[in-house]
Design a protein around this ligand. Structure first.
Ligand code: NAD
Length: 308
């Protein structure tokens, strides 16, 4: 089993596959026998600029290792160009079996100073990007009655973070999108799952370290939390080994894999006469108080100083 090529002959689109985590997804998928469309706009972390060489380079690496891949440098942020990525997969390899929505940018800013353009740019790449590529592939998945999506979410959306309201909103939105796709397309044997990765890529390097202690911590984690550690989970989820896994969210970092809970009611209160603001304060609040979710952030939920 361990040497099995679990994506043999499957055609996989990986967006943002020129660098970081996406590059590792593309390399491992190809190693497992997939024909890979390596998409990457080649932009800066903030989304500006374009460089075709970024996707080309990964295609060269895959081919040098004996794998099959083709480059695409279109943006996922607009429907037409995103659909073109899926069309290239079908035109080149005759079909499409899986999509990894991985492309991403950051425009971090504390909320009360965040500009509408900063919110918009992040939504466009992450949430619209995931919709655009997924929707284009859905037409093929429905017809052939098979297909798998893996979307990158984030601890910032799942658990919370500072300075990333745009990114958190997009990343939690992606979980809702994935869950809806899973519910609606399971009857066509299509699966949709999310991974919240933690790995040292340029995206993480973009977060400033304010103290020597923080800088030392980053240096220590750079090796254990490498982007390559995220790839086996994505390849598993795309493969038929995961045929019973649908609508789920996982966090992955270093050698750890977590299954993440999804919102469910945890306390309830009923009053046959209905509620007033006053009776809510008097009766509901005391009964809910101990279960209110604390204002912690991703790093409080999954502290990285516990990693070996
Ligand atoms: N690194 C982490 O710890 C971490 C944590 C949580 C979530 N994520 C998510 O994982 C994914 C990969 O992140 P990474 O850390 O490898 O970042 P990265 O910056 O190294 O890679 C992202 C790639 O996406 C490409 N890209 C940007 N906009 C694009 C567009 N419009 N169309 C196509 N490609 C585009 C970039 O050129 C870049 O190569 C992202 O979705 C990110 O939000 C990463």
């Amino acid at each position: 089993m361990s040497n099995e090529r679990v994506l043999e002959d499957k055609v996989i689109v990986v967006t943002g596959a020129g660098r970081g985590i996406g590059r590792e997804f593309a390399l491992l998928a190809a190693q497992h026998g997939a024909k890979v469309v390596v998409n990457d706009l080649g932009s800066a972390v903030t989304g500006e600029g374009q460089d075709e060489k970024v996707a080309d380079q990964v295609v060269r690496e895959i081919r040098a290792a004996g794998g099959e891949a083709v480059a695409n440098s279109d943006s996922v942020a607009e429907y037409k160009s995103a659909a073109g990525i899926v069309e290239q997969a079908v035109a080149t390899y005759g079909r499409i079996d899986g999509v990894i929505n991985n492309a991403g940018i950051l425009r971090d800013r504390i909320f009360h100073k965040m500009e509408p353009e900063e919110f918009d740019a992040v939504m466009k790449v992450h949430l619209y990007g995931a919709f655009n590529v997924s929707r284009a592939a859905a037409t093929y998945f429905r017809k052939q009655e098979s297909g798998a999506y893996v979307h990158m979410t984030s601890g910032s959306g799942l658990y919370g973070n500072f300075g990333q309201a745009n990114y958190s909103a997009a990343k939690l939105g992606i979980c809702g999108l994935s869950r809806s796709i899973a519910l609606e397309m399971s009857r066509f044997r299509v699966r949709s799952n999310c991974i919240g990765p933690s790995a040292f890529s340029r995206m993480i390097e973009a977060i400033p370290t304010n103290t020597p202690e923080q800088a030392a911590h980053v240096e220590k984690r750079r090796k254990t939390m490498s982007p390559a550690r995220i790839a086996p989970m994505a390849v598993f989820l795309l493969s038929d080994l995961a045929k019973e896994v649908n609508g789920q969210i996982f966090s992955v970092r270093a050698n750890e894999i977590y299954l993440v809970s999804q919102p469910r009611p945890i306390r309830s209160a009923h009053n046959s006469e209905g509620w007033t603001p006053g009776t809510i304060a008097e009766i509901v609040l005391p009964s809910f108080r101990s279960a209110l979710v604390p204002l912690d952030r991703a790093r409080d939920v999954l502290p990285s100083d516990v990693l070996p």
